[in-house]
Design a protein around this ligand. Structure first.
Ligand SMILES: *Cc1c(COP(=O)(O)O)cnc(C)c1O
Length: 376
């Protein structure tokens, strides 16, 4: 994917960097694929592989044997096809928008068809081109977001000729609370999906995301769709993370100053020092996608020493109380996400989920890729 204007400029060292371990992503893929087998494991790389860079992440997964990829938007699919070449299947979850069929076809992309109108449009396109075009049929079993609802699904069952011109790769649905095995909605959605699926006995099936892989073999069908767990996010509520960490967000200390009472730190004077305090100013802020809700709540590591974020996270800067880290110096890198600070812990402190913490990381922190065996 082309660098954006907001990204680092060549020759100007970036004061913040996101180190992405492609080897760890591949290890997570292999662990999920081993658990899911004999179901195949697809990689979900929407939103630029959850902010980590689909142009690097997806080819590494393809080399590890991943043959199917999911994106959300058509533009993501076009960019992914360029990165992956012709072989892997690429499915677009948001479906077929009006007038988009030419772009889908030209790039060998398959839509996830979410209603009867999309089915009719893709079928017309198939007839016009004289090819049985690939697609996935999406049934809504409880998310109430995308997919054919019960009435449309029943109508399609009664009129299966509506899909006679298509090559249906899968029927699919999507779980609402798969991270929590104790929730009865999981079994209810499974039962509804089985009932829907029974009308399409010759078509393969796909129900679960990362978390759903851990609900048991009856949930896995023929294909699982793994996103977050590839990127080190914990797929399990209230249980230890079976995945390995993938990212490390680091930023440089610009200055360290002594601040004495009664002074405060940052905009809004939200943190007042109560004792002589060493404040480190770090070159990372919400313009980098580091969440402002971590003001006075998040942490950082100076080496092995945990220090609190004090005061507001501002656009380009945040401030740490480094009194407990007397060796910290300007020019040092501090860790904001990484081995000491898993992305799930950062998300808890920010009052959001790990997905949002990752996808918010904007283009400004330099992406540094490590662990790619095929790289020069
Ligand atoms: C995003 C998404 C996934 C991947 O979910 P994770 O929780 O990140 O594994 C799978 N299926 C659908 C339909 C999605 O939208």
């Amino acid at each position: 994917m082309p660098p954006t204007e907001a990204g680092p400029s060549p020759g100007a060292p970036s004061p913040a960097r996101l180190i992405v371990d492609l080897g760890a992503i591949v290890a997570n893929y292999r662990a999920l694929a081993a658990r899911a087998a004999p179901a195949a494991t697809a990689a979900v790389v929407k939103a630029d592989a959850y902010g980590l860079g689909a142009a690097r992440v997806a080819p590494a997964l393809a080399r590890a044997g991943c043959a199917s990829f999911f994106v959300a938007q058509l533009g993501e699919g076009v960019a992914l096809r360029r990165a992956l070449g012709p072989a892997p299947a690429i499915y677009v979850l948001n479906g077929l928008g009006s007038g988009e069929d030419g772009v889908f076809q030209a790039n060998g992309l398959a839509p996830v068809l979410n209603d009867l109108g999309e089915i009719a449009a893709w079928s017309a396109c198939a007839r016009a081109s004289g090819q049985r075009l690939a697609a996935i049929l999406h049934f809504d079993t409880g998310m109430s977001r995308l997919g054919l609802g019960p009435a449309e699904a029943s109508r399609l069952e009664a009129e299966p000729e509506r899909v006679a011109d298509l090559a249906l790769d899968y029927v699919m649905s999507h779980l609402v609370v798969s991270e929590d095995a104790d929730q009865p909605i999981n079994a209810a959605q499974l039962a509804e999906f089985r009932a829907r699926r029974a009308a399409w006995p010759l078509v393969r099936a796909s129900l679960v995301n990362s978390s759903g892989i851990f609900l048991g073999p009856e949930y896995r069908f023929d294909l699982v769709r793994a996103g977050a767990a590839l990127y080190g996010v914990n797929p399990l509520a209230r249980r230890p993370n079976p995945q390995v960490g993938v990212v490390r967000l680091e930023a440089k200390i610009l200055q360290i100053r002594a601040v004495d009472p009664p002074r405060s730190v940052g905009y809004g004077a939200t943190f007042r020092v109560t004792r002589p305090t060493r404040i480190a100013t770090v070159a990372l802020g919400y313009a980098d996608g580091f969440l402002r809700s971590l003001s006075n709540r998040g942490h950082a590591y100076c080496g092995d020493i945990r220090v609190p974020i004090v005061g507001r996270v501002s656009m380009d800067l945040l401030t740490l109380d480094v009194t407990p880290a007397p060796a910290a110096r300007p020019g040092d890198w501090v860790e904001l996400i990484g081995p000491h600070l898993p992305v799930d812990e950062v998300a808890d402190a920010a009052g959001t989920n790990a997905y949002e913490v990752l996808v918010r990381l904007g283009p400004r922190p330099e992406r540094v890729y490590v662990g790619d065996r095929a790289a020069p």
